[in-house]
Design a protein around this ligand. Structure first.
Ligand SMILES: C[S@@+](CC[C@H](N)C(=O)[O-])C[C@H]1O[C@@H](n2cnc3c(N)ncnc32)[C@H](O)[C@@H]1O
Length: 303
C-alpha cells in the first residue's frame, strides 16, 4: 500500500541508485557527483546539449532590438541542422548568436557598407553569411585551407542569393601571397583561427595584413588551458599537445578565473597588433566564452 506522503516509483529508484542513505559527516564531493545530480543539478557529462540549449536560450532571450534585427536578416541559418532553440519566433543557434554579437562590436567602429573585407580562416562561412546579409559590402574574400574552403563555398552558395554570393572570392591559403599585389582591404577578420595556426603562419598573416589592410578585427583566446574536467581530453592527449603548441599566446591559465584572464589581455592586444604603426581601437570580452577577447586595430590614420 502506498504511504500517504511516500515515494513515487521514480524516487524509489533514485533512493537506491543515487540519493542513497546518507552517511553522517560524509559531505565530500557530493555537490559534483551522483547525489546532487538528482537534487539540484543535471549531470554535465550527460547533459551537454541541455546546458548548451539553456545557454543559447538565455542569450537569445536577452537580445536587444538591434541584435534581433541583425539575426533576422541572416536567412537560411538552419541549413546544416544546428543545435537550436526557438526564441522570439526565431530558430537560434550559438554560431549565429556569436556572429550577431561580433557584428554589433564591429558596427560600433566600422561602416561595413561598401567595404572590401578579407577573412582568414572562415570555417563554414557563418561570419561571411552574417556580414553579407546585413551589409552591402563591395567584396568578401575568404582565405582558408582547402577542406574548409570547399565547405564554405558549398554552404554559402546554398544560403545566399546569387547577387551576394557573387561578391565572395575563395582563396587557398597556399595562394595568399597573391593578395600582396591587389588593392587594399578595408577590414581583415580573424575569428578563432590564429590561435590554432603555427606561430610563423600567424606572423606571416600579420605581415600581409599590415601591408594590405586598413583594419583588423581579431576574436581569439587569450591563452591556453589544460583543465581536463572541461572536455575529458576527449580527442586524446596527443591532440591536447598539438593545441598547446599553436598560436602566439601559449601560456596555460585557468580560463574560468577572471583575474588570470585579465592578466593576459595586455599580451593579447600586443600579440595581434600587425605592426607598430597600428593602433588599438577597442578590446572587449566575448560572449559567451570567458577567455576570448575581441579587438579592433586600425592603421594609424585609417579612421
Ligand atoms: C575553429 S575554425 C573557426 C572558423 C570560423 N572563423 C568561425 O569562427 O566559425 C578555424 C578555421 O581556421 C582555418 N585555418 C587553420 N589553419 C589555417 C591557415 N594556415 N590558413 C588559413 N586558414 C586556416 C580552418 O580551416 C578553419 O576554417
Amino acid at each position: 500500500m502506498t504511504a500517504k506522503y511516500g515515494r513515487s516509483p521514480l524516487w524509489t529508484y533514485n533512493n537506491q541508485a543515487n540519493v542513497v542513505e546518507h552517511v553522517p559527516g560524509d559531505l565530500h564531493g557530493f555537490k559534483s557527483g551522483a547525489v546532487n545530480y538528482k537534487l539540484a543539478l543535471w549531470d554535465p557529462r550527460a547533459n551537454g546539449v541541455r546546458y548548451l540549449k539553456a545557454l543559447i536560450y538565455h542569450l537569445a532571450s536577452g537580445l536587444d532590438e538591434a541584435n534581433l534585427t541583425r539575426l533576422r536578416a541572416i536567412r537560411n541559418r538552419e541549413v546544416g541542422d544546428p543545435i537550436s532553440v526557438r526564441c522570439h519566433g526565431e530558430p537560434v543557434c550559438m554560431d549565429y548568436l556569436q556572429a550577431t554579437f561580433e557584428l554589433a562590436f564591429l558596427g560600433k567602429h566600422v561602416d561595413l557598407d561598401g567595404c572590401a573585407v578579407l577573412e582568414i580562416g572562415a570555417g563554414y562561412g557563418r561570419t561571411c553569411h552574417a556580414v553579407l546579409s546585413n551589409h552591402d559590402v563591395a567584396s568578401y574574400t575568404i582565405v582558408d585551407l582547402p577542406n574548409s574552403l570547399a565547405l564554405a563555398e558549398d554552404y554559402l552558395r546554398q544560403v545566399l542569393d546569387d547577387e551576394r554570393f557573387a561578391k565572395i572570392r575563395f582563396v587557398l591559403a597556399d595562394n595568399a601571397d597573391e593578395l600582396y599585389t591587389e588593392p587594399v582591404f578595408d577590414l581583415c577578420v580573424n575569428i578563432d583561427s590564429f590561435a590554432e595556426m603555427d606561430e610563423t603562419t600567424v606572423r606571416n598573416y600579420l605581415a600581409l595584413i599590415a601591408d594590405r589592410c586598413r583594419r583588423l578585427y581579431v576574436n581569439n583566446p587569450v591563452a591556453k588551458y589544460l583543465d581536463k574536467s572541461l572536455d575529458d581530453h576527449a580527442q586524446g592527449d596527443d591532440v591536447v599537445q598539438l593545441a598547446l603548441q599553436t598560436g602566439l599566446l601559449r601560456d596555460v591559465i585557468d580560463v574560468h578565473d577572471s583575474d588570470a584572464i585579465e592578466g593576459q589581455v595586455g599580451a593579447f592586444t600586443d600579440a595581434y597588433r600587425p605592426d607598430g604603426s597600428w593602433e588599438l581601437v577597442e578590446v572587449a570580452p566575448v560572449v559567451p566564452w570567458s577567455y576570448y577577447r575581441q579587438a579592433l586595430y586600425q592603421r594609424t590614420g585609417a579612421a
